[in-house]
Design a protein around this ligand. Structure first.
Ligand code: UD1
Ligand code: UDP
Length: 350
């Protein structure tokens, strides 16, 4: 069997790392398309080099643009690839980015089966571009690979039950694999001078960074957090930070590789983030997390107070810092998502 996988943004590379290996073990050939949505070395190539991900068969080089222009450019280019590559029996997409949406639309309009990893997640906040991408992709998908029980319930409430498969989370496998590996960084290069007790912060959602007042409020909370803050800065955020004063305790670094990131999350006293993936990784690594949003798609991480929703408001962030969870997070992931995904795809072909 031969399928096309479409990736393009940072969170998709770490998911594909896990699933591609399982597909290969199951004898499924992949034609790997990179849309070029993310293109800086630290946002893309570092993951291929560090994780040993096979180089993409094609990079569409789409780059940055407005929502519609970026998605349209991707659709046009992906349609061309799907029409010219021989023997493809389906298209595999991950998560909720514009690369996901574009590949989904191109695939189903050519009558190809669509396989969606991380199906059924909802924030119920349509101001997020990702929510639109998820809703459309799930409506179109042939097989919907659900990482959590909540995601299955979300689909049921939309009347989607056909092709729904509970898998667990491929990112959980990634974290376990990286935690066991020597690649998990104990701090190299510029990360080697980080104090033993620190907060790790990441922020990149348009609702948090595109408005200067909101971004300043977050910076002010980091400034008053009482600990050094390691802040790997996403390029969207880097543009918005230009000209804003940075609190002295905040150590700004470029985006880091996956091993460094897992090492930092593991060692941090607390994680402050608006990332979907980082919320989950903090939970699995038993590091308390404060999420800079008013809702989360990953409700399981709220158990036991391991993840607290604080919006982008300084008082709520500082108060959440004082509320530390006790014991261990209650993890109920079966831990074999990638095998279930590859078997389900193979089963569809037979
Ligand atoms: C995208 C995804 C988001 C995901 C995030 C992961 C959508 C709608 N959003 O958001 O769900 O959480 O990726 O990181 O698909 N830029 C660079 N270099 C790069 C990439 C981006 O400089 O390599 C800058 C450009 O100025 C660009 C901006 O970052 O306009 C935003 O990039 P884009 O891919 O449009 O959205 P993200 O915010 O990265
Ligand atoms: N990540 C990374 N380096 C960074 C920031 C994030 O390797 O500097 C990893 C992170 O550990 C997670 C993934 O990238 O595995 C999440 O990506 P991001 O936060 O960009 O997107 P989201 O999950 O919010 O869609």
């Amino acid at each position: 069997m031969r399928i096309c996988t479409v990736v393009g943004a940072r969170p998709q590379f770490v998911k594909a790392w896990v699933v591609s290996q399982a597909l290969e073990e199951a004898g499924i050939q992949e034609y790997l398309v990179h849309t070029g949505q993310h293109y800086d070395y630290e946002m893309s190539q570092v993951f291929f080099s560090e994780l040993g991900l096979r180089s993409p068969d094609v990079n569409l080089g789409v780059g940055s643009a407005s929502q519609a222009v970026q998605t349209a450019r991707m659709m046009t280019a992906i349609e061309d690839v799907l029409q010219t590559s021989e023997g493809l029996e389906g298209v595999l997409v991950y998560g909720d980015t514009n690369s996901t949406l574009a590949a989904s639309m191109a695939a189903v309009k050519l009558g190809m089966p669509l396989f969606h990893v991380e199906a059924g997640l909802r924030s119920y906040n349509r101001k997020m571009p990702e929510e639109i991408n998820r809703v459309v992709t799930d409506r179109l998908a042939t097989l919907l690979f659900c990482p959590t029980h909540t995601s299955i319930t979300n689909l049921e409430s939309e009347g989607i039950t056909n092709g729904v498969v509970f898998t667990g989370d491929v990112m959980f496998e990634g974290v376990r694999r990286m935690s066991d590996s020597k690649q998990k960084s104990k701090g190299r290069g510029q990360l080697s001078n980080i104090p033993s007790e620190f907060i790790l912060a990441t922020v990149h959602r348009p609702s948090n960074v595109d408005d200067t007042a909101t971004l300043s409020e977050i910076l002010s909370a980091l400034g008053d957090s009482g600990l050094p803050v390691v802040f790997p800065v996403h390029p969207r955020t880097a543009h918005q930070l230009e000209g804003l004063p940075m609190p002295e305790n905040v150590i700004v670094v470029p985006p880091v590789g996956y091993g460094d990131m897992i090492g930092l999350i593991h060692r941090a006293q607390t994680v402050i983030t608006d990332s979907g993936g980082v919320q989950k990784e903090a939970f699995w690594l038993a590091t308390p997390c404060i999420t800079l949003r008013d809702e989360t798609e990953w409700k399981e991480t709220l158990r036991g107070g391991w993840n607290q929703l604080a919006g982008a408001r300084k008082e709520r962030i500082l108060s959440a810092l004082k509320n530390r969870p006790t014991g261990e997070p209650e993890i109920d992931d079966p831990g074999n998502a990638s095998a279930i995904i590859s078997e389900s795809i193979l089963g569809r072909a037979n």
